[in-house]
Design a protein around this ligand. Structure first.
Ligand SMILES: Cc1cc2nc3c(=O)[nH]c(=O)nc-3n(C[C@H](O)[C@H](O)[C@H](O)COP(=O)(O)O)c2cc1C
Ligand SMILES: Nc1ncnc2c1ncn2[C@@H]1O[C@H](COP(=O)(O)OP(=O)(O)O)[C@@H](O)[C@H]1O
Length: 308
């Protein structure tokens, strides 16, 4: 998949089928739309394009409003895995927000992207002050002989799948629920950094990852997790919190990896959140903390064959 980060570099000659959106999380609803684009592209011999943004549109209007469910690299990977030919990922900036709906279609979708077909969600808005909607896009596109398909939202138990609902689930620690909406476990990737070196002394070394302030962090607590390290899968007990028993610490995300004994400082690991086990607690002693950690790990050992 080609990833193009500026409209200036774009030189598309063949007719295309496009979907447009922020696609944060690339959840089941997004996957349905993107899959439709891939299938139609094959059938109609068109190049498939996902048109998305480097920054969340809400953060353009008010910096720091929204944390992401995926880093850009994760977003590109998930889109690529569905089979898209090209991902146009450009800044959501004053150029984009100042185009009228008619200019947006002509300058970007027609002149730059050579669109023959466009697939969008029912709530799609575009152009200056979000003045364009899916019906308006359909009308303008007719002038250029472009077909527009509007996809209805997917629901799970009558709740519409949306990035904002998934964000709330993860912030509430409901990672098992978020899996149903995302179509995969919520995950965090990070470099293993040095901590206080207490874990090893307690008998449970924990790989602490560098925290990315731009992504959603699950609610503080202890989680049953799956760890990917160098393409191998392990199970883990991950604690997200302030380690109140030790006192005066900043937020850490740390994992005891079961059946593992290697120095992995500076290496990347990916943590998949399967289930939240309990709240993080302040224990009266380190002995009490370690006996609870033993119980957490035993719980995971008993469960780990259930989730593959
Ligand atoms: C499964 C697990 C559960 C934990 N639960 C708690 C807890 O409830 N309260 C707490 O203060 N710290 C908890 N911790 C964090 C430990 O205090 C931490 O691993 C220890 O301080 C080692 O830190 P270090 O990696 O910086 O050396 C937990 C850690 C793990 C791996
Ligand atoms: N089973 C394991 N789970 C997690 N980390 C492990 C494990 N075995 C060895 N390690 C290594 O030990 C380090 C954690 O030890 P710890 O004493 O907790 O130090 P720190 O406070 O720097 O995290 C990890 O970063 C990793 O390099």
């Amino acid at each position: 998949m080609h990833i193009i980060k500026t409209l200036d570099d774009l030189c598309i000659k063949e007719p295309t089928i496009i979907t447009i959106g922020n696609f944060d999380g690339v959840h089941l609803g997004h996957q349905r739309i993107i899959q439709k684009v891939v299938d139609k592209a094959k059938k109609e011999n068109l190049k498939s394009i996902v048109f998305t943004f480097l920054n969340h549109p809400m953060n353009f209007f008010r910096a720091g409003t929204v944390k992401s469910l995926t880093t850009l690299d994760e977003k590109y990977l998930f889109i690529k895995n569905i089979g898209i030919d090209c991902c146009l990922s450009i800044p959501f900036d004053s150029y984009i927000t100042n185009l009228s709906p008619a200019e947006y279609v002509e300058k970007i979708l027609v002149n730059k992207l050579k669109a023959k077909e466009i697939v969008i969600g029912h709530d799609f808005t575009f152009g200056k002050n979000k003045s364009g909607n899916s019906c308006m896009l359909k009308e303008i596109a007719t002038l250029y002989d472009i077909n527009v398909e509007i996809v209805e939202p997917i629901k799970i138990n009558r709740t519409r799948i949306s990035s904002s609902i998934i964000r709330k689930m993860i912030e509430n620690g409901d990672v098992d629920k978020s899996k149903e909406f995302l179509g995969r476990y919520y995950s965090l990737q990070g470099k293993v950094i040095h901590g206080m070196k207490l874990g090893r002394r307690l008998g449970f070394p924990t790989a602490n990852i560098q925290i990315n302030e731009d992504v959603v962090i699950p609610k503080k607590g202890v989680y049953y997790t799956k760890i990917y390290f160098k393409n191998k899968v392990y199970y883990g007990a991950t604690n997200i919190g302030l380690n109140p028993t030790i006192g005066n610490r900043s937020l850490s995300i740390e994992t005891y990896i079961l059946d593992f004994d290697r120095d992995i400082y500076e290496e990347e690991i990916i943590i998949h959140f399967i289930e939240r086990i309990r709240d993080e607690k302040k224990f009266h002693s380190l002995n009490e903390l370690t006996s609870q950690m033993k119980k957490d790990i035993e719980y995971i050992r008993n469960k780990k064959t259930i989730y593959i």
